[in-house]
Design a binder for this molecule. Sequence first.
Ligand SMILES: NC(=O)c1ccc[n+]([C@@H]2O[C@H](COP(=O)([O-])OP(=O)(O)OC[C@H]3O[C@@H](n4cnc5c(N)ncnc54)[C@H](OP(=O)(O)O)[C@@H]3O)[C@@H](O)[C@H]2O)c1
Length: 324
Amino acid sequence: MEALQFSSYGGGVAGLKHVRVPIPEPKKDEVQIKVEATSLNPFDWKIQAGTLRPFLPSKFPYTPCTDVAGEVTKVGSSNSKGFKPGDKVVAMISPANGGGLAEYAAVKANLTVIRPDTVSAADGASLATTAMTAYQALKTVGGLTTRPIQNILITAASGGVGIMAVQLAKLLAPSSHVTVTCGARNFEFMRSLGADEVLDYKSPEGASLKSPSGKKYDLVVDAASGISWSTFASNMSAKSKVVYLTPNGSSFLTVVLRKITFSSKQAAILFTAQNDKDLEFLVRLVEEGKLKVKIDSKYPLTKAEDAWAKCMDGHATGKIIVEP
Ligand SMILES: NC(=O)c1ccc[n+]([C@@H]2O[C@H](COP(=O)([O-])OP(=O)(O)OC[C@H]3O[C@@H](n4cnc5c(N)ncnc54)[C@H](OP(=O)(O)O)[C@@H]3O)[C@@H](O)[C@H]2O)c1
């Protein structure tokens, strides 16, 4: 089969190579799928850039990408969830092993869920990292359904995670007021998803994060990077929390300092946990038409380098899809 791989850290698009490799055989706890769509995430090129070295990848050569949808072609001997050849599924692959940017993939059965007919492969493949991150940032870490939250700020809301976060915030807390940052070209799109206020991140008002109506945020989902704690803090309510998705040294320090000083303005870092229950729930929301997927662009596997470049560029509105 055809796959894309890189064999060392760095190199960007030039480091990605088209290779012919054997179709992966499913282990006992896996199913083999014919990949119909793979979605790219910034995490994929960050692994190549060496951001998580020496932990990821576990070895070279490495076939990147973790979020796939496709058709089951073989099942492993334990087949605990009763999948059968022909089933349409959505699956998450462990980033340690990768394997999504290929014609076939072997995926853990416990990280695979059935994809209803009405959910396209591209939409299904778009959910695992983005929607699960948004869901866990809002609910698990942000406490959206368990503490009083009126005003929410979502930064970089036009990206894969942000688009899901805006919609899930409104689904989980319909009376909440959602302010977002994005580029001016996406204002109308953000409003169509339910955002109440939009800020252009390239304007002085956007950079200051000030809500046009003077709201103080109870919860911030920070899908951008490099925003200082003081910028957040001056716009936060007395009991509030920032959830960082792209931590750096300064955000780690902020989290610790807020914790040990028992500050009422808290900060946390989310590392998304892959699990099939959340994925099943999110696929169902798409099936029911409650959650919309926005596809930025699609590429065939032969042009996967262009998809990689687009993802590295960081200016997609929604998901970048590769269709083998
Ligand atoms: N912690 C975790 O487990 C976890 C999980 C998933 C993602 N992440 C991280 O979360 C971040 C967002 O991921 P993503 O998939 O949503 O990225 P993405 O799809 O690549 O985001 C691109 C979008 O962000 C907008 N943007 C870029 N910089 C911005 C800024 N400073 N303010 C406002 N908007 C900005 C761009 O708008 P323009 O085109 O108008 O510039 C573009 O629409 C990434 O750093 C990713 O690695 C972390």
